[in-house]
Design a protein around this ligand. Sequence first.
Ligand SMILES: CC(C)(COP(=O)(O)OP(=O)(O)OC[C@H]1O[C@@H](n2cnc3c(N)ncnc32)[C@H](O)[C@@H]1OP(=O)(O)O)[C@@H](O)C(=O)NCCC(=O)NCCS
Length: 157
Amino acid sequence: MNKTAVRPLTIDDYDTVLALWQTSEGVGLSSADTRESIAAYLQRNPGQSFVALAGKTLVGAVLSGHDGRRGFIHHLAIHPDYRRQGIGRMLIEHCLAALRDAGIQKCHLFVFGENENAIHFWRDTGWTERIELKMFSQHTENGTRMNAENTEKHDTI
Ligand SMILES: CC(C)(COP(=O)(O)OP(=O)(O)OC[C@H]1O[C@@H](n2cnc3c(N)ncnc32)[C@H](O)[C@@H]1OP(=O)(O)O)[C@@H](O)C(=O)NCCC(=O)NCCS
């Protein structure tokens, strides 16, 4: 049993959380993760993203929110020294409870195909792998134009 506490992630956590994400394999950071972007995300999805604390040390973080129809989880990361203690599962339980409270019935997330540890985690915590789906991405500035972007290998989500 771990003695970790969970509380909502606030923008004051940004520097610490960013440092955790930057050193966590399998977390793909992008221009959507600047301080301003995360502040906007938290404002749009209040009380739905969480951090885990061991004493005063931040050891885990996750973003979650919804679009009014479905929930989405991003950037779950646990400090390597604190893994396999149930902290990841605990953070996700908080996200799902917050989404339920907001009336959201289902949640999705993205995992890099080579991230075996995370794939084990999501399978073992009850998530269904949607092998019948493919994901498509486009930069909004491109509209529907066919150009070099269409062959770009997107490595961020
Ligand atoms: C994936 C990650 C978030 C898991 O966090 P965690 O706190 O260690 O996970 P938990 O302790 O809650 O694990 C719950 C269960 O998931 C499974 N699991 C977790 N990590 C696993 C691993 N590396 N290998 C196999 N199974 C794993 C186990 O069944 C585990 O239960 P058990 O320890 O009783 O066997 C963590 O490894 C991490 O931060 N990885 C780097 C960032 C990342 O990949 N994030 C996911 C992005 S989609």
